[in-house]
Design a protein around this ligand. Structure first.
Ligand code: DGL
Length: 272
């Protein structure tokens, strides 16, 4: 048994989609969510800079006493998972490998599409992770830099976003992919639009559920689940605008995002 919380971080709000899946799977676990909204989005940033942020935030959460860190951001996982794992004493999980595994297990024709931010696509983290599992799979990637903005505006359906998604997906669909990795934390909120454009024959894979499964396995194997009796507590820490975090947090996660704490730079431990 281990009462410590799970630590989850992202460049902003997107990682709340991962938190949602973790809460569903592990409803008794306490979670500290950290959104680096003052410096996000990470997608357009330089890989070395994102790597630095990833290590900084993983160490910060470790300093708050979490028992495991989840990098709930594809861009940060792509840029800095290995470095964060080297820097921390607690286990650090990312979102790329679980998504890659889900895609390899789902595809029938071994033609896999990957959509994500510029940083994620540029890093080639998904093709690497997919090829580590199936060296013969064909991977077709596409950066979709405007989709994060659509979601952050709350525009998750309608003609404009559908047209944008169609423009991004068409080249991948022409390649005959039967599986599409939603390689960005924001895209599960566009699932309806993406599914409509991709059509029924295409499996959509997002990492959130795969990651939640992996966290559970990790905690069970280490005997680190929380005591069944006590209700969990969640904390939401953001480096940017707290009101925006609250408002959009409800879209990404739900009413649980009611109290949000502001964290300033340089990162210092906040009272628990
Ligand atoms: N969380 C990021 C990701 O999954 C999307 C937002 C950003 O660009 O930071 O890649």
């Amino acid at each position: 048994m281990n009462e410590a919380p799970i630590g989850i971080f992202d460049s902003g709000l997107g990682g709340l989609t991962v938190m949602k899946a973790v809460m569903r799977r592990l409803p008794r676990e306490s979670i500290i969510y950290f959104g680096d909204s003052a410096r996000g989005p990470y997608g357009p940033r330089d890989i070395a800079e994102i790597r630095r942020f990833a290590v900084e935030l993983a160490l910060y959460l470790e300093g708050l006493g979490v028992k495991i860190v989840i990098i709930a951001c594809n861009s940060a996982t792509s840029a800095g998972l290995l470095e964060a794992q080297r820097a921390c004493k607690v286990p650090v999980l990312g979102v790329v490998e679980p998504g890659a595994r889900g895609a390899v297990q789902a595809t029938l024709n071994r033609r896999i599409g990957v959509i994500g931010t510029r940083a994620t696509v540029r890093s080639r983290s998904y093709p690497r992770a997919i090829h580590a599992l199936d060296a013969g799979a064909r991977v077709f990637s596409r950066a979709c830099p405007t989709l994060v903005d659509f979601v952050e505006r709350g525009e998750v359906e309608g003609e404009r976003v559908e047209q944008e998604v169609r423009g991004y997906l068409e080249p991948l669909l022409k390649r005959g992919v039967d599986t599409m990795v939603l390689g960005c934390t924001h895209y599960p909120l566009l699932r309806g639009v993406i599914a409509g454009v991709a059509g029924e024959g295409v499996n959509l894979i997002s990492s959130d559920q795969e990651v939640a499964r992996e966290v559970e396995e990790n905690l069970v194997r280490r005997g680190f689940l929380r005591d069944r009796g006590k209700p969990p507590t969640h904390r939401f820490l953001f480096t940017g605008d707290v009101d925006k975090a609250k408002e959009l947090g409800r879209l990404f996660l739900g009413p649980e995002v009611s109290e949000v704490e502001r964290v300033g730079f340089p990162l210092r431990e906040v009272a628990g």
